[in-house]
Design a binder for this molecule. Structure first.
Ligand SMILES: [Zn+2]
Length: 254
């Protein structure tokens, strides 16, 4: 089997035996791939820290039957500032875990790669609310893989929700329900008009713009938890990092 070159972002790395590591990465052209990096834990390894989570790299991989092998890795951006800031690390880790668990191995979604690349660059810089970046990232990735939430009108009767005081996110329907139509549906999340407006804005705005927004902590939490529940409604596995993020956010709320 042949070698191939890919731009990639490292999602996760775990030990394999004494010296090797298994690296899970999102590649620009081939989706999520898993590869073994041999001898990476030995001092003087040619890989050094180049295969740490968050690293954006040019990699050469050798294609294997089950697992690829990392032949070479040149760092484009290490994103060390994310790994060194506890808060940014938690939000960033939730982004990486979402990618790993929402894409099937090999599913090619180059726009998801671009979304992750841009979001990590913004997260690494000055940002007033990494929690809003994470909420926006969740929504944008959902939209890119075919689960764009419908937020403007009631799914059932088509009523414009702009003037309603409250609306309900219908997880089974993938959109909003008005007060009169919500009866009978299960899995509804009540949303304030403010939170609904924020979620719409997060879906539409660029990450660079969102990084400068400052919103009330409780509103931010409402939006983030809603985004989590929306994406979890179609992911098969629960995401561990999200519970950690919410606990961290609650610690900052008082
Ligand atoms: Zn309705």
């Amino acid at each position: 089997m042949a070698n191939y070159k890919e731009e990639a972002i490292i999602l996760r790395a775990h030990d394999l035996g004494e010296a090797d590591r298994i690296v899970t990465m999102l590649t620009a052209g081939r989706g999520v791939r898993r590869a073994v990096a041999k001898g990476v834990k030995r001092t003087g390894s040619k890989f050094g820290a180049r295969l740490e989570p968050f690293t954006h790299t040019h990699a050469v991989l050798h294609e294997g039957r089950n697992l690829d092998t990392v032949v070479q890795a040149e760092t484009i951006r290490s994103h060390a500032a994310i790994r060194e800031d506890f808060g940014k690390f938690l939000y960033g880790e939730a982004m990486l875990e979402m990618i790993e668990k929402s894409l099937h191995e090999g599913q090619k979604v180059s726009r998801v790669f671009d979304a992750l690349r841009v979001t990590l660059e913004v997260l690494e810089g000055e940002t007033s609310s990494p929690a809003l970046l994470l909420a926006a990232f969740e929504l944008k990735v959902c939209a890119l893989i075919g689960y764009r939430p419908h937020l403007d009108k009631c799914l059932h009767c088509g009523r414009d929700l702009g003037s309603e005081e409250r609306a309900w996110l219908d997880l089974a329907g993938g959109g909003m329900s008005c007060r009169s139509c919500r009866g009978g549906s299960e899995n509804l999340i009540p949303l304030s008009q403010e939170a609904l407006r924020l979620i719409r804005d997060l879906l539409a705005a660029s990450m660079a713009a969102i990084s400068r927004w400052e919103k009330d902590d409780r509103l931010t939490r409402e939006a983030l938890e809603t985004c989590f529940r929306f994406s979890e409604s179609f992911l098969e596995r629960p995401l561990r990092s999200r519970r950690v993020v919410l606990r961290y956010l609650d610690g900052n709320l008082n």
